[in-house]
Ligand binder design. Structure first.
Ligand code: UTP
Length: 471
């Protein structure tokens, strides 16, 4: 579109102020602003303004007919052990056939952690201080070796961290995965608007744009050609996880097997909520569909409801999913679309007179898509229980809950459990923490069984323990 047409379309949409400083800009700045403006879907912004900004009722969440969602319990909590073994076998078969790829969403801004750099480069392990990306890479490498099929790994970045993320992988030789197996793509972005619905300028020559949420991953997978690559490679299942959770089993054959055996389009893991106020979304059913209701949308009296001596809405969502490629294709290309959510934020911008504004309180709205909103569109959705200690300890905040310290402790406890299960007498306090730091590399063992097998092999042939470090 010609620049004059572009400016006219913004005028028509009531967003012409975006070009207010046009005549003051250099040709390069004009080109940047025009390019960003071309990214904006003005009719989408108008629709979101109507639905979510001017009419905040449009954002109200429907809580009618809400029931707790069903889930498959762990064998130790009453689940059918034979079903769990059969699921594992089915998942292993799919991995041996090369049908599975890993997918991490790493486009977030990580504002709560306050770390300067892509969050995946944050150093997280207790002794070697491995970055998050390395932990995942080694788990994916280990799965590839175990099942005799190296896995592809898709990494979603943002405009802000794409170049730094790629450079980090190059610098670390892709952590042994092979450059041709790691695929980076940027997620989309959305303009932020003021409470009057006007698109905000970050500077005189740039829009206030931000990533479109982890739900943007479905359309970004399609747009980037990742789905096409999967199709060519015979991959039909994607194992989805977040960049801030080093405990996650990136590739969990049992989970994949449950998904495949149920003929599900999307599957999820749940942990029983520890207490009503715990800030995780909950899996619910509503008129035959499954969905996740965010903790902030479910009134506290409902979060506190008790049935059979435990929380009624107990199934906490930890953002670990398995998707069918065909389902993502449908969500990205078909009529079913994820809804946008409104987030009121402090958004640095320039005022009408060109002066910079550093707001002390929320001054505008960002629009975000959430990946779990795909759930109601999925056929045969399955949710399985997972032990929190084996799958979930995110690094969200600089301190307090879900911080580097709590995550380090949870890793240490996990390593102690694995070693003890292998017969290694490691001392630990009543919470399971050892008196010294230690670390098990995913390449030595990435669960109890693989750790024990490596330990046995080591005992049979004493040598320096590769991947087992005491600090
Ligand atoms: P969070 O909800 O924790 O958001 O993301 P965040 O942006 O990382 O952190 P805060 O809220 O600013 O502190 C959960 C996961 O979703 C990814 C993140 O990278 C993380 O893996 N994510 C989030 C995206 O990939 N894109 C987004 O637009 C938002």
């Amino acid at each position: 579109m010609e620049t004059s047409q572009l400016i006219e379309s913004f005028n028509q949409a009531g967003q012409g102020h975006v070009f207010r400083f046009w005549n003051e800009l250099s040709p390069a700045e004009q080109a940047q602003l025009a390019d960003q403006a071309r990214e904006v879907d003005l009719s989408e912004v108008a629709r979101l303004n109507d639905m979510l900004v001017r009419n905040s009722k449009g954002a109200a969440v429907d809580l009618t007919d809400l029931e707790p969602a069903p889930f498959v319990s762990l064998p130790q909590n009453g689940g059918d052990a034979a079903q769990w073994s059969a699921a594992r076998a089915a998942g292993e078969e799919a991995l041996r056939a090369g049908r599975v790829a890993a997918f991490v969403v790493a486009g977030g801004q990580g504002t709560r952690l306050g770390y300067d750099g892509p969050k995946g480069t944050f150093k997280v392990t207790p002794v070697l201080q491995k970055p998050l990306f390395q932990v995942f890479a080694e788990k994916i490498l280990a799965a590839g070796r175990r099942y005799g099929k190296p896995l592809h790994w898709f990494v979603m970045t943002s405009h802000a961290n794409h170049a730094a993320t790629e450079a980090f992988f190059v610098e670390h030789s892709f952590f042994g995965l092979g450059a041709d197996r790691v695929h980076f793509f940027r997620q989309g972005r959305m303009p932020a608007v003021g409470f009057d619905g006007k698109i905000l300028l970050e500077t005189k020559s740039s829009l206030a744009l931000s990533p479109d949420g982890h739900g943007g991953s479905l359309r970004a997978l399609d747009r980037s050609g990742a789905l096409e690559l999967m199709r060519r490679e015979g991959i039909d299942v994607l194992s989805y996880f977040q960049v801030d959770n080093p405990l996650v089993r990136c590739i969990d054959p049992t989970f994949i097997g449950f998904h495949l055996r149920a003929g599900a389009e999307m599957s999820s893991k749940m942990i029983p909520k520890a207490y009503p106020e715990e800030k995780v979304g909950v899996f619910c059913s509503q008129r035959g569909k499954q969905l996740v209701i965010e903790y902030s949308d479910l009134p506290m009296e409902r979060q506190r409801e008790v049935a059979d001596g435990r929380l009624r809405f107990i199934a906490g969502s930890i953002a670990i999913h398995v998707f069918n490629r065909s389902f993502i294709e449908r969500m990205a290309r078909g009529a079913d679309a994820l809804p946008f959510h409104r987030a009121d934020k402090k958004i640095p911008c320039v005022a009408a007179d060109g002066s910079p504004v550093k707001p002390e309180k929320a001054n505008g709205v960002k629009f975000e898509l959430f990946v779990f909103d795909a759930l109601p569109f999925a056929s045969n959705a399955v949710t399985i229980e997972t032990p929190r200690a084996d799958d979930f300890s995110p690094v969200k905040n600089a301190d307090g809950v879900d911080s580097p310290q709590t995550c380090r402790d949870d890793q240490l406890r996990q390593f102690v459990r694995w070693l003890r299960a292998a017969g290694v007498p490691v001392a630990a306090d009543s919470t399971g923490l050892p008196p010294f730091a230690l670390e098990v590399s995913p390449l030595f063992g990435d669960d109890e069984a693989s750790c024990a097998a490596s330990w046995r092999a080591l005992a049979a042939k004493p040598a320096v323990a590769p991947g087992l470090v005491l600090g």
